[in-house]
Structure formats: C-alpha cells, structure tokens
Design a protein around this ligand. Sequence first.
Ligand SMILES: Cc1cc2nc3c(=O)[nH]c(=O)nc-3n(C[C@H](O)[C@H](O)[C@H](O)COP(=O)(O)OP(=O)(O)OC[C@H]3O[C@@H](n4cnc5c(N)ncnc54)[C@H](O)[C@@H]3O)c2cc1C
Length: 397
Amino acid sequence: MYDFTIIGGGILGLATAYRLLQERPGASLVLIEKEQRLAHHQTGHNSGVIHAGVYYTPGSLKAKLCKEGAERTILFCEEQGIKYERCGKLIVATDDEESARLKGLEERVIANGLDYENLSAEALAEIEPNVAGTAAMLIPATGIVNYTDICTSMAGVIAKDGGEIRLGEAVTGIIESDAEIVVETNKGEVAARTLIVCAGLQGDRMAMMAGIDIDFRILPFRGEYYRLAAERGELVKHLIYPVPDPSLPFLGVHLTRIIDGSLTVGPNAMLSLGRETYSGNYPVPGDMADMMSFPGFYKLMARFAAAGLYEMRGSLSKRVYLERCRKYCPSLQLEDLQPMEAGIRAQSVSSDGALMDDFLFLETSRSLHMCNAPSPAATSALPIADEIVSRALRKAN
Ligand SMILES: Cc1cc2nc3c(=O)[nH]c(=O)nc-3n(C[C@H](O)[C@H](O)[C@H](O)COP(=O)(O)OP(=O)(O)OC[C@H]3O[C@@H](n4cnc5c(N)ncnc54)[C@H](O)[C@@H]3O)c2cc1C
C-alpha cells in the first residue's frame, strides 16, 4: 500500500507530488495520469502567463496564492534552469469609459499589494508604438513561461525523490474504507492511505466517484487562440490586455508573448460541447448529457446570454475576432492570424448558475479534491500544492 496516491499529471498534481516528497522524504507515492504524457490538458494548453495577481478579490485565496505563486514559479525556474521572462503586462484602455474602469482597477491593484505604473497615451505609444490606447497600466511583475517545461522538471525531481509516475492509466473508480482508499484503474487497483485528486476537467466526476455530494459541475470553456505570423513576433514587448469588461466573465482577448519567441492572440471563452475536444467544438454525448442534466447550466446560460453571443460571434468570424484585437493593436491584419490549437478551461459552476471564482478544496476522510482551479492556478501551483500538502498531512497523521 502507498502512503499517497495522486490523480492527475497536470501542474497541480505534479506540484503536489513534488512538495509532498520534500515535506515527507521517503514517503511512498504514486501519481496516476490517464494520458500518455504529462500536462496534456489545461496545463499544456494555457497562455503561459505568470500572472501577478491584478484582478482577484482582495483577501481571496486566488489573490494571495497568485502573488506568492508568481514569485515561487520564478524561483523554481531559476533553480531548475527553466527559461522564463518577466516582460510585464500593459492593461490598455481604448476610450474614456475604459479609462474610468482602469482607474477602478487601480484600487484592486493597490489592495493586492502590486507594483504598477499609470501611463498616458503618449507614454504608452513611446514604449509600445504598435499599441493604441487612451491610457494604460503597466504591471511589471507579470511574466511568461512554458508550464509544460515546469511539469517536466517537477516530474524529474519526483522520480529522483522516489515517487512513481504512471502514464496511460485512467482512474475508473474510488473505494474508501476505514483502513485505506483504493482507486480502480484500467490496469488494476492501487491502494493508499491518502488520495489527492487534481483531475482538472474531470474534477467533479472524481469527487462524485469518491462519494462527495457536490453542488456544482465543471463546465468546459473553450479558449480559441491565433498564432501571429512569425514576422510579427516583434510586434509588442509586453503582454497587452484589454481592460476587463464587467459584463464578461473572462479577461478578454489579449496579445501574449510566448517564451519560444512567438506571439499569440486569445483566448476567447466559448462554451465547449466536449471537455477534451481540442480539434473542434463538436458535441460529446456524455459531456453534453452531464451539462444538460445540470440545472446550473440553464441558469448560467440565462445570466450570461449576452456574453455568450458576444463570444460566439468572435468564434464564428475571424474578422470579428480581428476587430476586437485591432481596438488596441490597429496594425494587425487578417492574414496575421494563423490557426492554433484551442485550450479548454475547467470552470466550476454552482447549481444556482454562478461561475465559482475562488479555488475550492473538498475532502472525505481519506481523500482531498481540488475542485475549482481556474486561471491563475498554473501560476499559483506551488502555494496551492502547499495548501493541499498541509491538508493531506493532517489526514495522514
Ligand atoms: C486557455 C487557457 C489559458 C490559461 N492561461 C493561464 C495562464 O496564462 N496562467 C495561469 O496561471 N493559468 C492559466 N490557465 C489555467 C491553468 O492552465 C489551469 O488552472 C491549470 O493548468 C490547472 O492545472 P490542473 O493540474 O488542475 O489541471 P490539468 O492540467 O487539466 O490536469 C489534470 C490532469 O488530470 C488528468 N485526469 C483527469 N481524469 C483522470 C482520470 N480519470 N485518471 C487519471 N488522470 C486523470 C488529466 O488527464 C489531466 O492531465 C489557463 C487555462 C486555459 C485552459
């Protein structure tokens, strides 16, 4: 029997295994991942931004763990020789209304303890000649990294510290008793004293499998990107974000520098008809059935009908998508936008139709489940892992 089983080879499962073996050297640990490679889902399809922690409600777990997570991500990269860059981010207002909202965001930035600089239109044009705006806020702490590189590095340390990582093994059942917790997989059974689940898009199903009575479901939101043509790689020096629109639940399409030197625009936020359908937004019967049988889905749709239509228009028309980017980067042309694989976000939605904002941990006597880990959970992975580890060790003692 193992001391710990971890389900999920994304950044949260790996960070948890990495931190557990540091806290409990010699513990026996197995990490089970259904795909043939690590970071196959959200972690390997994200924007690669090391968020500074601008938007989050002051005092929330998200706000606290993001700021700490950004610092620790960079420290980890330095220790492990992983390429990262602190390029900074510009939040750009393009009219008076957005300038007023940007002013409002300043209070949050101050409350979250971040360094920032307000820029006039002229100052913005000086540092980013290809970006147009009436005002901007510079957040110097924001950076970029490839989170798959971080996962590969963590997996190396886990193996060196005696942890076992199994790929291509899918968990199909969880049976908990007083003495142990057994996970059933397509390859057999694995027994442990404590189970930790970081299953991303499947987190609600895993929690139900463990017998937890949940009041939410994970709904998948597709983030569609375009890669910019290689000759446009030098278009901007910072990450360029719009001022968030309070009527839209996600951040808005942004220009993101990628650590490999390329540049992307996106992601948008479309309801996905499948949880793992990267090649196109086609319906997956099981995923659709789960969604349609959940009352919170209809309440969410009613609440965000206008936002949904806005996103759908941008998804269906490359020209509409382009116009949204041209608001702050007018020189972009249709031919600059080249196809790129989408990412799919795991977003927990409560039965009253609200998007659950903060990180959510649920527990049974022998198991611990990460049930809502939206962005910036990749940035916050190390402090989230610390939280999971301290809860898991309390169970193990
Ligand atoms: C489009 C997009 C952009 C984003 N941008 C950013 C960003 O710039 N910065 C940031 O900080 N965050 C960002 N995020 C959020 C971030 O990527 C996620 O919060 C983070 O990757 C969550 O990690 P995870 O380990 O929980 O999930 P995942 O990476 O999804 O890993 C879960 C793993 O569990 C495995 N699993 C599931 N079910 C089973 C089973 N039955 N048996 C075995 N294994 C199973 C899956 O195969 C998967 O590998 C973004 C996300 C998306 C989708």
